[in-house]
Design a protein around this ligand. Sequence first.
Ligand code: HMG
Ligand code: MG
Length: 315
Amino acid sequence: AANNLVNIVEVGPRDGLQNEKGVIPVDVKVELINRLARAGAQNVEVGSFVSPKWVPQMGGTPEVICKMERLPGVHYAVLVPNQRGLDNLFALLSQSNASPPLSDEISIFTAATDAFTRANLNTTTAESLTRLEPVARAALDRGLRVRGYVSVVIACPYSGQVDYKRVRDVAKALADMGCYEVSLGDTVGQGTPEKVAEMIEEVKKSVPVENLAGHFHDTYGTAIANVFAALAQGIRTIDSSVGGLGGCPYSPGATGNVATEDVLYALKDSQYKVAGSQLGGGTIDLDKMVDIGWWISEQLGRESVSRAGRAIRSR
Ligand code: HMG
Ligand code: MG
C-alpha cells in the first residue's frame, strides 16, 4: 500500500528563531518547544550548538534543552556544525542523567555550493564533509540519531542557479555517513514546483526517497506548492516552522520556512495524513498550532505570517 503518512519536522525553535535580532528569553523558547510537543509534534528542532559569535540567538540552547519537557515519543534535535559543538553537547548529556536524554538527535549541515558553505561554515563543501564524518560517527556511536541538511538545493544567494548533481552528491555523502534522513533545503526560497521536482528526481538517483525530506523557505510564496511537488516525488517528511518563522542569517532576504499551520491546512482534505502523537489526536492539532503561531509571533512583537493562521484566527 502507498505510504501516505507525512512526517513534520518542526523547526520553529531553531530555524524560526535563529535569525531574530532581539533577545528571546530562554523561558519563551522552552514554552514554545513544550507547546509544540503538546500539540502533537513528534520531531522538534530545539536549538543549535553553533558558535554564539556566528549565531548569537542560539547561544542559550544548553539552558533550553535542560529546562524543556521531554515527552516520550518526541525527538528533540539540535544542530551541530563541528566537533566542538558535539563535544559541548556530549558534555551536557554526561552531566545530566535525564531519561529520556536531553536530546536524542543531531542535525549536521552543509551546502550544495562552496560559496554558501563558506558563508555558513567558513569552509568548502568538501572540507565540511570531511569534518562532519567523524562527528556523525561519534554521535551514532553514542546512540543519537543523525540527520543531514543540504542547503541551497535550488539557488545560492552567492553563486546563483545550483547544479542538482552537486545536490545529489552532497546528499549521498551525508547518507553514507549514516544520516537516516537528508533534508533538502531551499534556503533562498526561490524554488518553483518544476525546479523542485527536477532537483528531487536527480537526488533520488543516489539516495532513496524514503531518506529524503523537503525544507522550503517561503520567500516567493511557493513553499506550499513546493511541498506538494516534493510529496508527488515520494518525499514524506516536510520541515516547517510554526507561524512561518525563520530564515538563515547567511541567506540575506530569505524569509521563514513554510508555516506548519499552512502545511496542516493544505493537507487536510488530501490523500495524505499528518503523523502526530496522541496529544494532537494522532496528528498535529491545527488549531493548537494556530494559537502557538500567534503566541510566539506576539512574543516577537508582530503578527503571525501564516496564511492559515491568520484566516483561522479571524473567522
Ligand atoms: P570558525 O570561525 O571557522 O571556527 O567558524 P573556529 O573553529 O575558528 O572557531 C572560532 C571560535 O568559535 C572559537 O572561539 C571557537 O572555540 C568557537 P574563540 O577561540 O575565538 O573564543 N567555536 C564554537 N563555539 C561554540 N560552539 C561551537 C563552536 N565552534 C567553534 N560549535 C563554525 C566555524 C562552524 C563554528 C561557524 O561557522 C558556525 O558556527 N557556523 C554555524 C552557522 C549557522 O548556525 N547557520 C545557521 C544554521 S544552517 C541553516 O539555517 C540552514 C538550514 O535551515 C537548511 C536550509 O534552510 O538550507 C539548516
Ligand atoms: Mg532553513
